[in-house]
Every structure is written in C-alpha cells, then in structure tokens.
Design a protein around this ligand. Structure first.
Ligand SMILES: [Zn+2]
Length: 446
C-alpha cells in the first residue's frame, strides 16, 4: 500500500549539474527520466515539480550505456587460453585443443548459467548495459539478466569452420549478417577476405569481426570492404593472439568501426580496457572511440533507443565520478571504483553508497528511477540469495533477481549491484573458478 503511494508520488527523476556526453559533445545539462525513458534534456535548471525528485550530479560525467559489440557469453569464467602468438585462428584453435585440454574440460564442466552470469556482470561492471552475443540464444537472457542481449542476431562462425554460411546469401532478411573474418596475419587470413567478397549475390551488408588481414591498400580488399555494414574491432584479443590488429586508421573512413571485447577465452575482456587499448593505438579520435561503443553499434544493428543521450531514448546511463577535468581522460581511465550509477531502462543496476544517499534510497520502500519495478529494501539484501550451491537461477527462488541487490567492493569503494552477485562471487571463489580476469578484482562485501 505504502509502496504504491510512494511510486505514485515520484513520477520522474531529474539529474542536474552533471556533464552529459551528448551527441554534440560534453555539456552541462539536466536530464529527466520517466517510465524507463529519457523524457527530457535541458540546458537550463529544472523547475521543481512535486512529483519529481531532483538529484545533484555535480562533479560527475554521464555517458550513454555502452554497447559491447562482440562477446561470447558462454565463455565467462574461462581462463585466457593463448600459449604464444599465432598466425591465424585455425592454428590457435588446434593449439589449445592439443595443449589445453585439461583447462578446457574443467571450464566446460562449470554450469552454463554460471558462465553466462559471470559474463553478464563483467559487462555490466564495465558499463556495457547491452551486448551483442555471438552464439546461440539462451533462455537465461530474459529481462532479469543483468545486461540486455541483442535478440535475433544473424551470425555464422567463420569461413573455415562454417564454410560459406547459409545465412550469408539469404535474401529475405534485412538484419546484418555477423561473421569472424580474416582473423590472423598470414595468407589463410588474407585469402578469407577475397573468398568472402567473392560470394556471389550477397544482398546483405555484413558485419565483420576482427578483419586483421584486410589490406586497405589492396584493390581487391579496399574498395569492396566499404559495402559492408561494419567492422568489429577487439584490440586486446587481437594483440594477445596475433600481435596485430586491423588497420583501423586506414579503414575507418570506409566502414563503420565498433569496439568489442571478445570472450574471456582470448582476452581479459572488459570494455573499460578496450577503450584504453583503442585510444593507445591512435587509430581513432576520442569521439570515434566513444561512438564505437554507443551510437555506431546502435545504428549498424538498428538497435533502437540505444547508444545516445536523447529524448525518447531508453534510460541507459553510466554516471562516473570525475577525477580530472578532461572528460576524455576520464573515459580512457575508467575502472569500476569510479562508477557512481548505472541505469538500464531507468532501473538501478549499479550504485555507489554516495549515489544511494543522493537518491534517498537508504530506507525502504522505494521505487526504481522512473523505471517500472519497485525495489525491495536494500538493508540485509546482500548475500541473501540462497544456497551458494544452486545455479544463478535457483539462487533467487522465491524472489525475482530484479528485486534484490548485492554489495561488493571494487577497489576502495562499495557498490550495490542488482541481483545475486555476492553469492555468485562467493561460490565461484570457493570452487576455484574465479582466479583471474575482471571479476577477480571484485570482492563480496558483507
Ligand atoms: Zn569472437
């Protein structure tokens, strides 16, 4: 009863005083959220409304939720399997199956749902509220899953492992076709570009992943590649396996460039790290790098209402504490301990203690920020996710994931994270599944 009254009372949330990464650049502006969407963005101060709560974001930066353009979510909790540098992906695959059989078997024995949830939290805690998952769809990707997964992706693995995938020549579909291509530095990888471009009657514009061996100076590659929809660049995975990446600086004027992590199998795999790695190459401008995790993938995959802070768009936001005055410097040095708030569809996914206080969410009951679901008390929510032996789904038997929060520690700071992360971290640590990677630096905090 009280909760219903409370929800009725606060119809919208307004954030003031922060610097927003708007399509035209960084600008101090106010942002109003209602029913999970950005209802308004204004450069003037907002008039106070009875049904609106105003939150001060002084000293903070606001980005649209990032889109990780390439991940294989099943490989969460896997160790990085790369013993040396390789010439191409076929050689890498053969090598790890010959020499890393024990690690592969151990990783495959971990329940699928644990691996999916580990990937989801790795993405969420590095600001990626949306992910393009390259592999079959899983029932686990429902609205309670911590990140939004691109539905109905059309994909094939690669020319070597799929030959010419059937989907490549389908005429009836307007979605882009996504495929690993030219992943390597030798002739096999170079020939793939020609083979691919020679597939006749390709009505679809494709999205190519990696493209390391695409030669912008080769007339057989360069001119035709521009007909494709986009290129997904995973710099850390590429450098780790092949010591090289695609010539993004020479390709960026011909094809849309998007940034992806790839999976934990080939890279530490978080978007914060990819942003920094991309910047260090000098291939893209700062604005182009931000676009590669926001508006470019939204446009290429026609993922509506994502990738920008615009009126009517989904309220996916990342609010970051600003430690230096240059916003680009902040973007390329992101770490979980700088996160103040992450919203997905207007719902709190991650929040610092400071932000919870500013949101006046320290006492129950309370509603989501202009989202649709009411949230339960935060107090005592941590670690109450059920027996650690259960999989992520069973852990919240009787409670929807969206209705409780975990408390974790990232660096010096405590963060509230939606869902059973505390219980999962404890379970993964106890079973020895979390020994490296991004999540290994996140501690349960009880
Ligand atoms: Zn991949």
């Amino acid at each position: 009863m009280f909760q219903r009254l409370f929800k009725k009372k606060i119809a919208s949330w307004a954030f003031e005083g922060g610097s927003l990464a708007l399509p035209e650049g960084f600008k101090e502006a106010s942002l109003v959220i209602e029913r999970g969407k950005i209802q308004n963005i204004e450069t003037s101060r907002l008039a106070s409304r009875k049904d609106s709560r105003i939150i001060d974001l002084e000293g903070m930066l606001v980005f649209p939720g990032f889109i990780n353009a390439h991940d294989h979510l099943e490989f969460g909790l896997y160790p990085v399997l790369a013993r040396r540098r390789y010439q191409n992906y076929v050689e890498w695959t053969q090598d790890i199956h010959e020499h890393c059989d024990r690690q592969i078997k151990a990783a495959q024995a971990m329940p699928l749902n644990d691996r999916l949830w580990a990937s989801a939290y790795r993405n969420l805690l590095s600001g990626a509220t949306s992910v393009i998952h390259h592999n079959p769809w899983h029932a686990e990707f429902d609205p309670d899953f911590p990140v939004r997964v691109m539905p109905s992706l059309r994909w094939g693995h690669s020319l070597e492992f799929d030959r010419v995938p059937r989907g490549l020549t389908a005429r009836w579909d307007h979605r882009p076709f996504v495929i690993h291509l030219a992943e390597g530095v030798d002739d096999l990888a170079r020939r793939e570009v020609e083979t691919f471009l020679a597939v006749g009657n390709r009505p679809l514009r494709s999205v190519l992943i990696h493209g390391i061996a695409i030669d912008p100076d080769d007339p057989n590659h360069g001119s035709d590649i521009g007909r494709e929809a986009g290129l997904i660049w995973c710099p850390r995975s590429n450098m780790r396996l092949y010591g090289a990446t695609a010539r993004i600086g020479d390709l960026k004027n011909r094809i849309n460039i998007m940034l992806g992590t790839d999976s934990e199998l080939t890279s530490p795999g978080d978007i914060f790290g990819e942003l920094k790695a991309a910047q260090e190459t000098g291939f893209l401008t700062d604005e182009e790098i931000l676009a590669s995790v926001t508006k470019t993938p939204a446009k290429v995959f026609n993922w509506r209402g994502l990738g920008a802070l615009l009126r009517g768009y989904r309220a996916d936001l990342i609010v970051i504490r600003r430690e230096t005055s240059d916003p680009w410097n902040v973007l390329f040095n992101l770490k979980p301990s700088l996160i103040e708030l992450i919203l997905k569809d207007g719902e709190i996914m991650v929040a610092s203690e400071t932000m919870m206080k500013r949101l006046q969410l320290n006492s129950p009951p309370f509603a989501g920020i202009g989202g649709t679901a009411g949230l339960p008390p935060l107090r005592g929510a941590s670690g109450d996710a059920g027996p650690p032996e259960a999989g992520p789904r069973q852990q919240e038997a009787g409670t929807a994931t969206s209705r409780h929060f975990s408390r974790v520690r990232a660096g010096e700071r405590a963060l509230w994270v939606r869902g059973p992360l505390t219980a999962l971290l404890n379970r993964w640590r106890r079973l020895g599944w979390l020994t490296q990677g991004f999540l290994a630096s996140v501690e349960p905090d009880e």
